[in-house]
Design a protein around this ligand. Structure first.
Ligand SMILES: Nc1nc2c(ncn2[C@@H]2O[C@H](COP(=O)(O)OP(=O)(O)O)[C@@H](O)[C@H]2O)c(=O)[nH]1
Ligand SMILES: [Mg+2]
Length: 558
């Protein structure tokens, strides 16, 4: 079962590191997971049948060492009236038990192991801990190191010092991680009211009916108020394999709960689906304003660029002229037009876009999205905009140039084009008819021959029939320049749309990615069955700081 916690922690660390790489979590996330406790009493031993680990915990001089010696019936731990007392941990353990797995950070020189052959305590491992209220930081660290490995903490106080602040804080901090027994030692100096008062304090901490023993461990031979035997009895009943397993399971459950408080925090760092859903409208609003500004900032360049395109291969004459000038001239025009596009879509233009996108990322961060998570994917889009925007613009201009003016303008122009041919043809037909007709009549009537007047009129008619539609054809030709300008604006719109779509795609992916990571976290955390604290034996329940009845757990196999 200890492996279960280690694997859980490792999986979570991998998960947190990946989430960090994607910008969802900060560096501290993996550390926070690392800082959670995976140690349990069970992790000290290799064999499944392990002893109950019982630790004496309390302030200096309350009598921890003396109590342990009383259990042992011999002086295993140094008991002393002098301060500071023990700087070391004393283990009192049956010779058949081996403590196989001491974690690396345990300072071995500060650990003393005393073995015994007393079969009564075959299933108990006693630990006398240094005073938690020691001025020495290292003593407190030693206590903190050992605490996770203790099933039952025997919280020892004295009648005059049961309200000790430091001890109490530790009880509240670690309360749910252990089973607790309470001893008011030095009871030769104690008073019933102190017992009542202490019990009331414990009730407040969540222990309604705790095992509380008052012991007199003085040298006096006439001890009438000593409850040491009941105390010993209780500890012995706890040293039962099934109970030990239940305690171990409960310990694992509690550690998973602690881990869960950390993962809940990490999950909160990854923002909510609601926060992510708000990004789309936020972006749309932001981008509408930005595109207006950006398009306005380049608006003055539109006529220049439009003129460059409008000048290209105009009509029959100029394309004929261009053909005379050769391919190189055409290429030259294309190069000039391209340069015009480059001039419009210059670095300043893209910088404005980048700035706007960065600005949006910043807004998203204020709305609760992890900055790197949104920044990185957006940053990745930027180079593509630069490469695609130009061809996008060229296409838009060419498309607009292909269809200049309105539809009516274009139909009218086409119609005038036909008239340029039809009217002169009709005029020629009419003149021809007259000529042929008069020629035929002239055979009989010499007076019928055409006059010079006819020739002049005919020429005038022909001239007008050609000139009028041609003049209108030229004058009513839809403006290429306007078409090019429209194309430029359409190009800008296209670029803006393209960017917007890419950003929205990126936002959708962001939501997807978050969901995937959160699901993965859930699946890591859901490895387990349930344990019902209400089903634990009463003697055990009395030692536990209660929490909501049904706890999530673990696969008991590992
Ligand atoms: N009068 C009296 N003295 C005690 C009692 N328990 C321990 N002592 C004495 O208190 C001193 C400190 O005890 P010790 O076990 O070293 O305390 P620790 O610092 O908690 O380990 C020693 O001199 C003990 O003999 C008790 O119940 N009554
Ligand atoms: Mg001591």
């Amino acid at each position: 079962m200890p492996d279960l916690l280690k694997h859980l922690q490792q999986d979570l660390k991998n998960w947190a590191n990946e989430a960090h790489d994607k910008g969802w979590l900060n560096k501290r996330a993996a550390h926070a997971i690392d800082a959670t406790t995976t140690a349990t009493p069970g992790s000290l031993f290799d064999k499944p049948n392990r002893p109950l680990v019982v630790g004496f915990f309390g302030g200096t001089g309350v009598g921890k060492s003396t109590l342990m010696n009383r259990f042992a019936g011999e002086a295993v731990a140094r008991a002393s009236a002098e301060r500071p007392t023990s700087r070391e941990i004393t283990l009192y353990v049956h010779e058949s038990v081996s403590v196989a797995n001491l974690p690396d950070e345990f300072p071995l020189q500060r650990m003393r192991t005393q073995t015994h052959q007393n079969n009564q305590y075959r299933s108990v491992l006693w630990i006398d801990m240094p005073d938690f209220d020691s001025v020495e930081q290292s003593n407190r660290e030693l206590v903190e190191h050992w605490l996770p490995h203790i099933d039952v903490v025997i919280y020892v106080v004295s009648p005059d010092r049961y309200k000790d602040d430091q001890g109490w804080r530790l009880l509240l901090d670690h309360g749910t991680q252990h089973a607790w027994l309470f001893v008011i030692n030095h009871w030769d100096r104690g008073d019933e009211r102190q017992r009542t008062d202490f019990a009331a304090m414990l009730a407040e901490a969540g222990l309604n009916n705790p095992h509380l023993f008052c012991t007199d461990s003085s040298d006096s031979t006439n001890k009438t108020r000593d409850e040491f035997e009941q105390f010993r009895e209780t500890v012995n009943t706890l040293a039962d394999q099934q109970l030990i397993e239940q305690l171990e399971s409960r310990g694992v459950v509690q550690r998973i709960k602690q881990i869960r408080t950390v993962t809940d925090e990490l999950r909160a760092q990854m923002s909510t689906p609601e926060q992510l859903a708000e990004l789309n409208p936020l972006w749309e609003h932001h981008w509408r304003n930005s595109t207006n500004e950006i398009e306005q900032s380049v608006d003055w360049k539109v006529p220049t660029l439009a003129a460059l395109y409008a000048d290209q291969e105009q009509g029959l004459l100029s394309s004929f002229y261009a053909r005379i000038r050769g391919k190189e001239a055409l290429a030259q025009e294309t190069i000039e037009a391209r340069a015009g596009v480059d001039n419009m879509l210059d670095d300043a233009f893209f910088d404005r876009i980048d700035e706007s996108v960065d600005d949006f990322a910043q807004q998203a961060t204020s709305a609760g999205i992890a900055i790197t998570a949104i920044h990185e994917p957006l940053k990745a889009l930027k180079p593509e905009w630069r490469s695609r925007a130009k061809s996008e613009m060229e296409n838009a201009i060419q498309q607009s140039l292909a269809l200049p003016g309105t539809k009516t303008q274009r139909s009218l122009h086409r119609f005038l084009g036909w008239l340029c041919w039809l009217l002169p043809l009709a005029a020629m037909g009419w003149i021809g008819y007259r000529v042929v007709n008069v020629f035929r009549l002239g055979a009989n009537d010499p007076a019928a021959y055409l006059s010079a007047n006819f020739a002049v009129h005919s020429l005038l008619l022909l001239g007008l029939a050609w000139l009028v539609p041609t003049f209108l054809y030229i004058k009513l030709k839809p403006s290429r320049e306007k078409a090019a300008a429209r194309g430029v604006r359409a190009g800008l719109d296209r670029i803006a749309n393209e960017i917007s779509q890419q950003v929205q795609g990126s936002l959708a992916q962001l939501s997807q990615d978050r969901l995937m990571r959160v699901n993965e976290l859930d699946s890591i955390m859901s490895s387990g069955v349930q344990i019902d604290e209400g089903q634990l034996p009463e003697a055990l329940q009395r030692m536990l700081i209660q929490e909501p009845a049904v706890l999530p757990v673990i696969n008991a196999q590992s």
